[in-house]
Design a protein around this ligand. Structure first.
Ligand SMILES: C[S@@+](CC[C@H](N)C(=O)[O-])C[C@H]1O[C@@H](n2cnc3c(N)ncnc32)[C@H](O)[C@@H]1O
Length: 387
């Protein structure tokens, strides 16, 4: 059974990982300097026979990679680490999710032997153990008897809905000054799914009048979700569930705020212009449309084309995207998620993540003008109003 660490032990473990990272990196530096004269450059192929196959270097790098990955997995929200899995890991995750292994392990806190799991799901245990091993080194499960450390299992619609609600990027209630909005401000989430973003607003800002709009079957899920997590919002009529087909019709009119997370990236340009036009039609002059862009959490990723682009919008965020040296300006692998999401969108929907400039230009085609860029690191918000 996995030993539950207390907070002080967890902190100690993080510090131990940091020490391992520092010592293994220092060892690797020393080995390079001793054997090849200097640390290699990022750009060169590291095939130097005196060093690249040096077993001490391989040991140091194995430790460095393991400790770095474990540290990131410990400190990062799960939805981030899942985003950066390789195709093989993704295939393994799919097996685990489709066979509902997290659900099976959730009922067995002491873990289950792989042969027992295999028996329950009707897969050959020799193959299953190879699959679970991959996931355990990536900290999805804990090996020994397999234990759960990450869970998602249900039918695919619920699974998608839950993943979206778990995606806390673009947590607009924390980033946008909702608390200071006047009582009875109206806020409509267009294509809001199960209410991943409206739920925290309902829980923390009872003075806001909310409307959740999506396809009818999704709204049924959303009502259950609210019933479970914020029944008072339902009892106090602080939230309405109104079906919409945003390609064909407009959301409810005259809202103070329209909010639309992870919608624009699902659609090609003409459909986006249609959706934005449908919203524009019902906006009053003071209405604002907020399009979050995430990154890590998960919203619409704003691909930053360049620092100049941000500066040109007048948003006043000089240097906001420049990573400290020696990282590349785009944060290297630390900035990969928007680009992975971009390819996901290409493969799944023939669509794409868009840069800030792209979003503004789509808005302009729909009669909307840029107001402000809210830099929220991995998730950012573009604020637009009717022209
Ligand atoms: C990627 S999810 C985003 C959900 C939510 N905005 C969030 O960020 O958690 C896309 C949502 O768009 C909804 N959707 C897709 N086509 C739609 C349409 N034609 N009209 C209304 N909603 C639609 C889906 O049901 C789904 O909830």
């Amino acid at each position: 059974m996995p030993v539950e660490l207390d907070p002080a032990q967890r902190r100690d473990e993080v510090h131990a990982l940091l020490k391992l990272i520092a010592s293994s990196a220092n060892d690797a530096v020393a080995i390079w300097e001793r054997n090849a004269g200097s640390v290699p450059s990022l750009d060169e192929a590291k095939v130097d026979g005196r060093c690249a196959s040096n077993t001490d270097l391989l040991r140091a790098v194995r430790l460095l990679e393991g400790a770095s990955y474990q540290l990131c997995s410990t400190l990062s929200p799960t939805f981030l680490t899942l985003h950066t899995s390789t195709p093989v890991e993704a295939a393994c995750l799919r097996v685990a999710v489709e066979a509902k292994i997290p659900g099976i392990l959730a009922d067995h806190p002491n873990g289950l032997h792989v042969t027992e799991i295999a028996k329950r799901i009707g897969l050959p245990s020799a193959k299953l153990s190879r699959i679970l091993r991959i996931l355990s080194v990536k900290h999805c499960f804990r090996e020994g008897r397999f234990h759960l450390t990450t869970s998602h299992a249900t039918n695919s619609l619920q699974r998608f809905g839950r993943a979206m609600t778990a995606l806390r990027l673009g947590a607009v209630h924390e980033l946008y000054p909702i608390g200071s909005l006047p009582a009875n401000t109206t806020w409509c989430d267009v294509g809001g799914g199960m209410g991943g973003m409206l739920l925290p607003i309902a829980q923390t800002h009872p003075h806001i009048q909310l409307t959740l709009q999506d396809q009818p079957h999704v709204l049924e899920e959303a009502k259950d979700h609210f019933e479970q997590h914020c029944p008072t919002a339902l009892r106090e009529n602080r939230i309405s569930f109104v079906p919409v087909d945003f390609l064909k019709g407009s959301p409810v009119p005259d809202q103070d705020f329209y909010y639309m997370r992870m919608i624009v990236h699902d659609w090609p340009d003409p459909a986006c212009v249609q959706i934005l036009t449908n919203i524009r039609k019902v906006m009053k002059p003071s209405s604002r449309l907020l399009i979050p862009h995430s990154t890590r959490n998960v919203e619409e990723y704003v691909l930053i084309d360049s620092v100049a682009e941000i500066t040109d919008t007048g948003a006043g965020l000089p240097g906001a995207i420049d990573a400290p040296k020696p990282l590349p300006r785009n944060y290297g692998a630390g900035g990969i998620r928007p680009f992975i999401m971009d390819l996901n969108m290409m493969v799944l929907n023939n669509s794409r993540e868009r840069s800030l400039g792209d979003i503004i230009s789509l808005g302009n085609r729909a009669g909307l003008e840029f107001v402000k860029f809210w830099d929220c690191v991995e998730m950012s918000i573009v604020e637009l109003k009717a022209t």
